[in-house]
Every structure is written in C-alpha cells, then in structure tokens.
Write a protein that binds this ligand. Sequence first.
Ligand SMILES: [Fe+2]
Length: 479
Amino acid sequence: MGTTFDRGEQAFAGINYPSRAEAVVHDLVVEGQLPADLNGAYYRLGPDPAHPPTYQGVLPIMDGDGMMVMFHFREGQVDFRSRYVQTERYQLEHTANRALYGPYRNPFFDDPSVQGTDRGEANTTARMHAGILWALKEDALGISIEPLTLRTLGVHDFDGHVTSKTMTAHPKLDPRTGEMIFYGAAAKGETTPDIAFYIADRDGKITTQEWFQAPYASMVHDFAVTEKWIIFPVMPCVSNLERLRQGGSIYDWEPERGMYLGIMPRDGSAADVRWAHSDARWFYHVMNAYDDGDVIRLDVAEAAIQPFPWFHVDPAKTWNQRDAEGHLTRWTINPRTGSLSTQQLLDYSSEFPRLDERFELGTYRHGYLLVNDPAKPEVTGYNSVGHYDHHTGALTKVWAGEHISFEEPQFVPRSADAPEGDGYLLAIRHHADTMLSDLIVIDTADFAAGPIAVVALPFRLRPGTHGTWVDEGDLVPKT
Ligand SMILES: [Fe+2]
C-alpha cells in the first residue's frame, strides 16, 4: 500500500506538503546572469517528514526529518543536491518503513522498539565551523555532515566534551576570535530548566563549559552574544513534564510568569549569571547584538506572544494573529542593572532576520529579513524579502509575484574584504501556483532591482528554516 500525508493538516497543506526528494541535479537552469565571483555552496536545512505521523492532534510544522539542500555555485553554474540527515531516528524509521516516534518532543508515546533512542530530528539550521558542517536542532546534539556529498557523519559531541543532551540551532560565530559560542536548553532532558553553555575555539575544541538553571523550563530558541556579554532569554513558552505524560503539548504560553534575561559576562561563569525580570515578551530570532558603551543593543523579530498556535494549550484564550506577528525591534539592555527598553523599527510583519555575518557580534548597518507587505497578496509564509538599513531606517522590499513566498535570505559578500553589505542576497522561493521552487540572486548594489538571476529547480522543496554560505575555498577540509 502506498503512503499519503493527506490528513487535513495545515502543516501539510499546499507548498508545505512533504517533498522527500533526495536528488542530484547537475547544472540547474538559470534565467539571468550569475555573478562570476559567486563561488561556493549555499546550504539550507528544513523539516521534511519522511513518513506520515501516526499520532493524532495538531502537527507542528517543524516536526519532521531534517532535509539538507545544497546549491553549489561554480563559475556561473549551479549544481543541486538534497539528502536526508541520517539521524538515528531517521534510520530506524526508514528500516521499519513507517513512523515510530510519537508527538513533537514527547518520548512517552514512542513505539516500544525505539524507546531510549535519539529522538533528534536535526532539521533547523545548517552552519559551518572548524571544518564541520552542522545540521542542528535544539532537541538533541548536532550532526556533522560531509559538505560535498551531504553524507551524514554522525552526532558530534566534541569528543565527549559536550555532555548536554541538546545544542541550540543558533550558535554564534565570532568573526574576530573564530570561536563558536553555543548552549543547550533542556540540557538534562525534556522539560528540565538546565542550560549548558559552551565555547569552542577556532579549531573546534571546547574551552568553556558552564551549567546553570533557568528560573523556569522553557523554549530557548536563540540567544545573544556581544564582545563582552551573553544574554539567555527565558520567555514564557513554558515546558511541562506532566502535560507531556498526558499527551499534551510540550509548551504552553504562560505570560503571567514574565520574562527573564539571563545576563553573563562573556568571560564569566555560571556563578555570574544574573536574571533580570520583566514583562512577557517573545522572539524566535536575533538579527545581531553588540556592545554600545555601557549598554547592549539587541535586534530581534519580536512578537507579543509565541506565534505558533500549536504551542498554546488553549489557543482561543492566548493566541491571536495580530499578536503572533513579529516586528523588527531594537532592545537596549543595561547588563549591570538588567534594565530593558525597546523600540520597534519596522511596522511590517517580519521574521528570519540576518546580517552580513562578517559583522556578527559587532556594530553593523545592514540587515536582511523576510517581510509581509500588506499591499501585496497573502501567501503561505512571507511575500517579500527586505534590506533594512540601520543607519537610515529605510526598508527596501522585493516582491516576486502573487503566488510566491520566500525562505530566509542569505547574504554572501562580494569578496572577503568587500565593504559591509556589498555582495549578493540569496533566497529560495516557492511558487504555490506551479508547485515548483527556485533560488534568486540579488545584487545588493541595487537591491530594489530584484533578482539578477533565478536558479530553477525542476521540483518543489518543502519550505525550510535556516541556511548558511560556505566559500568554495572552505568546502574541502584543510589538512
Ligand atoms: Fe530558528
């Protein structure tokens, strides 16, 4: 009997229907002109369920096996490759030819044959550090992927030096020191309030490990790092073990708990973490953070509530569309007093903020993000990609057509020493009318002109989450 994902789920509607295509396409069709100086690989990871889930209830759109895709640009040609991350979970289900795991991040309803195995889906972020191409999701440790073949090399725990059960999908890479700074939330297991903090040096060796407990157990999806400080945002998307045992959502929105910012000096220890309490706020993603005199500037896509309705136990009471929309917002934090003030930078609904990563953790001018332009037709996802100039406050939007949605953009510098923001912006798009996907290249020298090249895929990808660019010279591990 063949398989089907038709169970009336929003998570599988339209362009979100699983693609599951592991493919190699040589020399993709290109419309327009690819820049000759764009040489390297764009990797992107996303959830793409290999098997129809067997559990009932609302399916979180981020519940699915990690699918890594690679667009390899070389001398005006693009080759494509996609491959599932071969997690233990993926391999066990593939062998059984059916779903074996229960609801999202709920180990209590798994098939007895997989009890105690690694439930990690490795489906959120692709990022490269110290020669390792990471497939990351916050529910488990990270997976190492072979960059040219996308072959899975396995769980990477830094030779046993990372004992957290989890690793964030949003590590920060410091371009000045070469360090990767990261943490695991629910570090001692689902719903535990423990946070493990790590720094790996430019060679991938762990130099710092600190453990502490948050004021309550919650989803800690992203965090902020500056040259001097680390900020751990504990926002009231609260996890609960008893609810999990009963088959309920791992998370609920509990704004009455308020928000805590855990503030730690970058060269400090767990004993130095101070928790600053304030009213409930939410963000999934940080554009950037930096020190500005005595304060920290932290730019986030802030929403009034955690935006996914399936992480609200009673969405009729705590969820509404308007509050779920993110807006680019600047937080100013005094790390010594814990005071917080905020300023909304954009009226548009906006998410997936990025920057020129050579300027990560420092002062910067150019931001890139997805925006929903209300003057254009609604799509599943975001209908426009934008450039935000922090110096002028100007937003430049590119809209592509009435059935087209964008994935998170990726900035690529024109050269290693090009000025900040001088280069190309890549973004995967999905066409709800033709059910095909492509990738556009914008030259940031004239952002408003839109794509200079469109790289067409002969099939549709399921929309993914976060990606990264790796220069051609860094694709082969250095010996
Ligand atoms: Fe994310």
